[in-house]
Each structure stands twice: as structure tokens, then as C-alpha cells.
Ligand binder design. Sequence first.
Ligand code: 6PG
Length: 470
Amino acid sequence: ADMDIGIIGMAVMGSNLALNMADHGFKVAAYNRTASLTKEVMEKTPHKNLQGFYDLAEFLHSLKSPRRVMLMIKAGKPVDSVIDELIPQLDKGDIIIDGGNSFFEDTIRRYKYLQEKGINYFGVGISGGEKGARFGPSIMPGGNKDEYKHVQPILEAISAHVGEEPCCTYIGDNGAGHYVKMVHNGIEYADMQLIAETYLLLRHVGGFDNKKLSQIFHDWNKGELHSYLIGITADIFAENDENGQPGQLVDKILDSAGQKGTGRWTSIQSLKQGVDISMITAACNTRVLSNLLEERKKAASEITAPVYDDKVGEDFIEEVRKSLYAAKIIAYAQGFSLYNSASEKYGWHLDFGKIASIFRAGCIIQAEFLNKITEAYKKNKNLTNLMFDEFFLNNINENQSSLRNIICLAIRKGIPIPAFSSALQYIDAHRSPQIGANLIQAQRDYFGAHTYARIDKDGVFHHKWQEHYN
Ligand code: 6PG
């Protein structure tokens, strides 16, 4: 038995991760329930450090002790059934690593279940899609800290790097890694939604064609907005359609977005934890709404569109850019405030600065400005909301007038910008001296004797409200 690690699941992510490990000198055993897939990978991408197995017992026997078995299979039931298949064939101290997008509560449950059987379980968030898996993803491992040493060398070696630093760090106990990956995806949804709204603004308010859009995003990518998603967006607007029409492919794509669910999980979780991540929720809702093609058609013909055709000023593009940056900052502030609450709720002791730092390369939300998040937590590790860090605060103060202008423009033109508006609502709800909750408390006390607190004296109060008008 001399194989360093075994991977179960030879679909896109599993096979690319296997090759990545093999490249880094680890001997990788590959197994897939449907043998033909393993065979295909072995034939198409042979590697001296990669060996295919067609029998689960042989696969497991090939592994060094403690055995490391990584699951790269569809999240949900399949993970449970493979775990149950593995248990009788594993020894105490062996390790199962789930590298899929599993729901963190499932990971917590499986971690406990396997712990009772003496098997170590790691729930590992992996971001970066196919290319990341092959050449260096961002990796978020959660599990037993003392056992982490058994998986650390492999995970760090295959991860993306910023200079010498691996984009992989131990996140926390049990489900912490999958939780952090889930919220990463939520932030990814908000980031993508903001870019989509920016596109609508530039196109329908600015009147720019795809060639110009590509140029704008390309230029932005050289500055403080520098990020993977801005970069691929510049590429997308430059892509020709099948007839060679320049930059036209994006116009041929149906205006209806899919989702596998991690963004929705984030949003549901935020409600459970009582944390406002309105931008991520807005992004989820917009994807859902985008699918209502018939209803949207009906609404488009029956609901009058606003008439407004003021010309935009010369600084329009720059105002949009500033708004995008400010709103993006709010999306991260929301995502990280969810981390903050989860860290306490689940006892994970999350290192927020470190989490931001492993997002700097490999993952979908990789961006220049993540450094600023790391710095913010370095300055103050008890920061409750990123908005209160000096850099973020200055940015919000400098750019909020652009954000207001752009939002007003979009609203007058009837362009849907749910994520942009949520960002501003979040700022104003925090900033405004009054949020209207005094009236809500009065109503609650009126109809349900739910009581209220007062500004002028301590205590719990109930009032016998009079019916003045009814
Ligand atoms: C990543 C991505 C990856 C996947 C998303 C897509 O970090 O590499 O987030 O996990 O592409 O799950 O999510 P939707 O299908 O929900 O858009």
C-alpha cells in the first residue's frame, strides 16, 4: 500500500483534483462507481502518479495508513451512502474528506457519526471551478484540528498560491469549512448580480454596445475593481457568436439564470441566524424571478414602462464604477457579518482575516480588495462589521453620492437593480438615526401587548392604547 490518497468520483472536479495532486508528486488512487468514467480519465489524461481502480476494496487496500479517502461526488444522499459503504472497510484513524459542496449541517452530522466510529472526517470547501481544481483552487478545510496535519500537506500543495502563501487554511471544527464555502458562494451570487446590474445600467442608460462594455470592464480590471469576475465579464462581452458577429454571443443567451442552491442556503441560513445579507438574498430572488419567462412577458406588455430619457453626463461610467465598488464592499460586509455570527453560534473561532486572504487566488470571488479585508481584521480582530473599518468607511463616504445618483437614474428609467438598492438600503438603515422601529413596537404593543422599552427611563412598558377612530 503506497498510494498517498484515494479519490472517489471521477467527474470534472474529482479528475482535475486528482491530476493536480499527481502533478505535485502525490500518488493518487482513482475510483468511480461507474468504472467507464475512471477508464476514460486514465486513457485521456494518463499520469505516472495516477492509478485507476475498478474495485472499491482494491482501491482502499492501495492506500497508505492512515488512509485518506476523498469524496468528489454529488452533494446530498450519495455522500451518505458512500460513507456507509466505506465504514466497514476502513480502520480507526482513517480519514474521509468530502470535497463537494455539501450543506454544512450535513457535514456536522457526518462528522459526529464518523467520530463515534473512530474515523476522521473533513468537510472541505473547494472553489475555483474546473480550472481551479486542475491548477490551484482556494481550499477551506473543516474538521478536527489535531488530525488536520494528515491532510494539510496535500491540500496546501494543490491549492492556489499568492507568492509563497497557499490559499488554504484550517477553518475550524466539523462543518466550518463547508459553511465558509457556502457563504463564499453567497458572496459570489451578490458579486455576479451587481455586475449584471452594472451591465444593464451601462447598456440601457449609457447606451453602450458590447464592444464598449468589454473595454469598460477590461479597463476597470486594471484598477481597484480588479477581480476574476470582472475579468471574465470583459471576455464575455468580447466573444463572437457562431456566425462570427463580434461580441454578440451574450445577446443570444436566454435571460434566465440557473442555480444549484448554495446561494439560497446562505440566504436561508442568514434568516435563521438573524443577520441581514439582503444583497445575497436579492441575488437569489433575481435568479428565481429571471426564470418566470411567461410572467415577465405578460408584465412587460401590461405594466407601463416609465418614460424618462435624460442624457447621462460625461462622468457616468466613472459614477457606475464607484457605485459598483461601494456596493461590492457592502456585499462583503454582509457576508463577513454572517461569518461573525456563525463563528460564535457554532464555536468555530473563525479567523476572518485569514479567510479573506485565502480568497485572494484560486476562487471565483478572488479580488484585489480582499487584502483590505485582511488588513481590517489585522487592525481590529473584534470588528463587528467591515463598514466600520477606516478603508471601508472612507470608501462608503466617498462613493455614496455616486451610488445614490446611479440608483435614482436606474429607478427613473425602470431598470431593475435589486442588489445595488439593497446595498444603499443597508447603509441607510444603519446610518439613519431613526428606522421606524418605535412605531412597530407601538403597533405590537397595541395589538398584542408585546411591550416596549423607552428612551427616557428603564423598564418594560405596556400601554392601554385608546381607539380614537374606530
Ligand atoms: C466555486 C463555485 C462552484 C460552482 C457554484 C455555482 O466556488 O468554484 O462557486 O462551487 O460553480 O456552485 O453555483 P450555482 O450553480 O448555484 O450558480
